[in-house]
Ligand binder design. Structure first.
Ligand code: SF4
Ligand code: SF4
Length: 393
């Protein structure tokens, strides 16, 4: 097959990042992601998926007791507010910014460019600025075009549309945003969805502010959340963590309990290296996320190129969920589910000596002992009392 123009250099670091791309690879079209399919594909769209989206507007709120009261939905939807404001502001142009289109620039690129003599120092400066604006993690990798969606979605008619990214982008700055531990412990619930919404709102402001800083230095910077490209390969290649069976990036700081955003730029910055530490080996002996998934949407066994439906990328050997089953469960809940994040043994507070020691064990040849210990100590496994969907909690 013909590779995108800058692919060969990226392939050299694939193996360090644990990314296995086969000859069957095809870039992913965002029109096929399960959230977009819920608007055009009758095999996905149901009254429950319509109800899922309506619940974010405080319509059709199901009341199921603890974790699903009007107060819980109210908090969740308030947590999403800043993200929603950005997402909706150019709806008339078919741009759902941050989800189905990159966030449009509010700051022009300065006509005078600050010279960058030391890309390593510039990378450190960007990381400091990202933390100043509130990012919890920051890594930088190359602009690998394989992970760009082949097209974005024009939300007026759900057709495919070009990204219209500026020419000459070279780097992706990846930001990590920690989710609140006590709320994550309540998955699955509308209350837990406040942890998700709060980080999307944080992401929106942080990527816009970091991008504005770079644009004020005279360089291109495109802020991006879930839109434009798959963030996980960039996060792994930027050394922030490792890909896991639950389809999340597991980080040494927060385990899987975070969200990622990104900024595409041509600012001259040094790139980080992938940092494989042993999560893959741990997932090989652990199936807690797959066992706990109420709809069995997560795979057992080793990574493979199998995909249950068109909502997964083609030609990448990895652990891949059945997104239709997963989103079907979200629709039933009228909220996002992350049981597979909550039950993961890496979901723990690494600020304590015990959990620091546990992490060392988990990433060592003593991982089986760490797995045994995780059944009794440390990982966050509680759920909302009385929640009707918490059968596996
Ligand atoms: S989010 Fe929930 S339904 Fe989806 S894979 Fe994880 S546990 Fe299963
Ligand atoms: S629960 Fe176990 S298998 Fe699943 S992602 Fe976490 S460590 Fe890996």
């Amino acid at each position: 097959m013909s590779w995108p123009r800058n692919s060969p250099p990226q392939r050299e670091t694939d193996s360090a990042a644990g990314i296995d791309v086969t000859d069957a690879f095809e870039p992913f079209s965002q029109r096929n992601d399960v959230f977009t399919r819920a608007f055009w594909d009758d095999t996905v769209r149901t009254t429950q998926t319509d109800g899922f989206f309506a619940s974010y507007r405080m319509e059709a709120i199901p009341r199921r007791g603890d974790g699903f009261s009007q107060r819980d939905f109210a908090l969740r939807n308030a947590a999403w507010l800043i993200s929603d404001v950005i997402t909706d502001r150019r709806a008339a142009e078919g741009l759902r910014e941050g989800f189905q289109a990159p966030i449009q620039a509010d700051t022009p690129v300065a006509t005078e460019q600050v010279p960058v003599e030391d890309p390593g120092a510039m990378a450190n400066e960007v990381k400091r600025i990202a933390k100043f604006f509130g990012a919890d993690l920051c890594g930088i990798t190359d602009f690998d075009r394989r992970w760009l969606y082949s097209a974005r979605v024009d939300t007026r008619d759900l057709s495919e549309a070009p990204h219209d990214l500026p020419e000459g982008l070279t780097s992706v700055i990846v930001l990590g945003h920690e989710m609140e531990e006590d709320l994550v412990a309540t998955y699955p619930s509308a209350l837990a969805g406040a942890a998700t919404g709060r980080e999307y709102s944080h992401e929106a402001s942080i990527v816009m502010q970091v991008a504005a800083y770079i644009r004020n230095l005279g360089y291109e910077a495109v802020p991006s959340m879930n839109d434009t490209a798959l963030v996980i390969p960039y996060a792994v290649k930027a050394g922030l963590g490792e890909y896991a069976r639950n389809q999340m990036v597991i980080t040494p700081e927060f385990g899987p309990r975070l969200r990622f955003s990104k900024i595409f730029t041509n600012l001259p910055v040094a790139h980080d290296d992938p940092k494989p530490k042993g999560v893959r080996a741990f997932c090989d002996i652990c199936t807690k996320c797959a066992d706990a998934c109420p709809v069995k949407a997560l795979p057992y066994g080793p990574p493979s190129t199998e995909r249950a439906n068109i909502s997964a990328i083609k030609g990448v050997r990895k652990w891949t969920s059945d997104a239709e089953k997963c989103f079907g469960f979200w629709a039933k809940l009228s909220s996002d589910c992350a049981i597979c994040m909550r039950v993961c043994p890496f979901n723990r507070d690494f600020g304590t000596w015990y959990n620091k020691l546990w992490l060392k064990l988990a990433l060592s040849p003593f991982r089986k002992l760490a797995l045994r210990l995780s059944k009794t100590h440390g990982a966050r496994v509680q759920h909302v009392p009385g929640c009707v969907f918490a059968g596996n909690g």
